[in-house]
Design a binder for this molecule. Structure first.
Ligand code: PLP
Length: 424
C-alpha cells in the first residue's frame, strides 16, 4: 500500500490530481517569482533596519524601550512603503485592527463610504449596519455604500454621487471575503483611490488588506492608500505569529490609531511585546513563500473543481489577488464533505468532524475546517463558509504546498466516497 493510500487517498483521486497539476507548471513558476521578489523585499527591510538578536528580547509592563517592537514596525514601514506602522500583539484580530483604524479616524458627523459593496461580515457590527453597542453608528458616524455593478466592476457614477462634504473615509476591501465578487488587484484599487481623491482630495482611504498581502509585488499603500490593515494570523504572520494585527499608513492616521488602541496621550512607546517578537519577525520572513504555497493550493483546487463542472471564483486561469478560493458546492452535504476532507488532512485535530454552527459576528450558520497550530489561523489550511445559497465553500491557506495539495485531494476523496461527485 502506498503512503497516499494509507492516508486515505485513492489511486483514482491521485491520478486525477496529478493530471491537474501537470497543467499548472508555468503558473506555479510565476508564483515563485512573486514570492522571490517579496522575500527579498522583506529581507532588504530587515537588513536596512539592522534586525539583531536584541530585537528578539521582549518587554513586560508598559513596554517602554521595546527595541524589537520598534524595529519590526520600521520593517513593516519599509515593506509597505508608508510613514508609520503599528504591528502589535495587542491588536487581537483583523476585525479589531479595522475597527481601530476606522474609529480612530472617524468623528461624530463624519460619513464612511464603501464603494465596493457590503464589507466583510464582522464589520457590519463595527459600522452599525447590524445594530451593535459601540458601533460607529452609535457614535454618530453615518455609513453609505455603493454596490459593485453586476459584472463586478466599480460603479463610477454611483461612487461620484455618493461622495459629499461629510465623506471622511473610504474603505476598500481588497479580498472578496465571503462573497462571490472578484477580488481587486492593487492596480484596480489604485484607480479607485485616484478617482475618489480626484473628487475629494482630503478623503482618507483605508484598505482592508486581509488575505491580500504578498500575492502581488505591490501593496495598496503603494498606490495611495492612507492605511492598509490586516491580521497577523493571516498572510503577514506567515503561520508563525501567534496573534496580532497591523495598521500601516500615514503618520497622522497611525498616530490616531495608537491613541485609539491604547489611550489618548499615550505614545508609540507603550505596549509590551512579552515573548512574541521572534515569532512576528520569523512569520514576516516566511510570509512571502507561505502565501505562494497557499495560492498554489487555491489554484490546484480551482482547476480540479472546474474540471468537474463546478463554478469557482476565481477561475483557475485568472490572476490571483488573494489566497481565497471559493467553490459553489451547491448543497450543505457537499460543504460538510469538503470540510471533512480538509480536516482529515490537517496536522492537528485531524480526527474531528466539522459541523455547521452559529458563530459570533456572523448572521448564518458557519462550517469551518481547520487543524491549526495557531488557533483560527486561516493562513494555515482551512475551509469555511456560511450555510446559505449558493453553498459556496471558501478554501484558503496552506503553510506548505504539499499540505494544501493533500487537503484538496482529501476534499475530493470525501465527496467521492459520499457519492457527491464522480471523477471521469
Ligand atoms: C478575515 C477578514 C477580516 C476579519 O479578520 P478577523 O481576523 O477574522 O477578525 C476582515 N476582512 C477580510 C477581508 C477578511 O478576510
Amino acid at each position: 500500500m502506498s503512503l497516499y493510500q494509507e492516508m486515505g487517498i485513492s489511486q483514482e483521486v491521485l491520478t486525477f490530481s496529478e493530471e491537474i497539476l501537470a497543467g499548472l507548471k508555468d503558473r506555479f513558476e510565476e508564483l515563485d517569482k512573486i514570492a522571490e521578489y517579496n522575500q527579498y523585499k522583506v529581507l532588504h527591510a530587515m537588513q536596512k533596519n539592522r534586525v539583531s538578536a536584541e530585537c528578539f528580547a521582549g518587554t513586560t509592563g508598559y513596554g517602554h524601550d521595546d527595541l524589537g517592537r520598534d524595529v519590526l514596525e520600521k520593517v513593516y514601514v519599509d515593506v509597505f512603503h508608508t510613514e508609520a506602522a503599528l504591528v502589535r500583539p495587542q491588536i487581537t484580530c483583523g476585525t479589531h485592527a479595522l475597527a481601530t483604524a476606522l474609529s480612530a479616524n472617524l468623528l461624530p458627523g463624519d460619513e464612511l463610504l464603501s464603494p465596493v459593496g457590503k464589507p466583510y461580515d464582522t464589520l457590519e457590527e463595527v459600522i452599525g449596519i447590524r445594530e451593535s453597542a459601540c458601533s460607529l453608528a452609535e457614535y454618530g458616524v453615518s455609513y453609505r455604500q455603493v454596490d459593485l455593478l453586476p459584472d463586478g466592476s466599480f460603479d463610477w457614477d454611483g461612487i461620484k454621487a455618493a461622495i459629499h462634504e461629510k465623506t471622511k473615509l473610504v474603505t476598500i476591501q481588497r479580498s472578496k471575503g465571503y462573497q462571490m465578487r472578484p477580488t481587486f488587484s492593487v492596480e484596480q484599487i489604485g484607480e479607485l483611490i485616484a478617482f475618489v481623491k480626484g473628487i475629494k482630495p482630503d478623503v482618507l482611504v483605508m484598505v482592508d488588506n486581509c488575505y491580500g498581502e504578498f500575492t502581488e509585488t505591490i501593496e495598496p499603500s503603494d498606490v495611495g492608500a492612507d492605511m492598509v490593515v490586516g491580521s497577523l494570523i493571516k498572510n503577514p504572520g506567515g503561520g508563525i505569529a501567534p496573534t496580532g494585527g497591523y495598521i500601516a499608513g500615514t503618520q497622522a492616521c497611525v498616530d490616531r490609531c495608537l491613541y485609539r488602541l491604547s489611550a489618548p496621550g499615550l505614545g508609540q512607546d507603550i505596549g509590551a511585546s512579552l515573548t512574541v517578537n521572534t515569532a512576528l519577525y520569523q512569520g514576516f520572513f516566511f510570509a512571502p513563500t507561505v502565501v505562494a504555497s497557499a495560492v498554489k493550493g487555491a489554484i490546484f483546487v480551482a482547476a480540479a473543481y472546474e474540471k468537474l463542472g463546478y463554478h469557482v471564483v476565481p477561475a483557475s486561469s485568472e490572476p490571483r489577488y488573494d489566497i481565497i478560493q471559493s467553490i459553489e458546492l451547491g448543497s450543505e452535504e457537499a460543504m460538510l464533505a469538503f470540510t471533512a476532507g480538509i480536516q482529515a488532512a490537517a496536522p492537528v485535530d485531524s480526527y474531528v468532524t466539522p459541523v455547521a454552527a452559529p458563530m459570533d459576528g456572523y448572521d448564518d450558520l458557519v462550517v469551518m475546517a481547520a487543524g491549526d497550530f495557531i488557533q483560527g489561523s486561516s493562513i494555515e489550511l482551512s475551509a469555511d463558509g456560511p450555510i446559505r445559497e449558493p453553498y459556496a465553500i471558501y478554501f484558503q491557506g496552506g503553510l506548505t504546498f504539499p499540505h494544501a495539495k493533500l487537503g484538496g485531494m482529501m476534499a475530493l476523496q470525501k465527496m467521492l466516497d459520499r457519492g457527491l461527485l464522480q471523477l471521469n
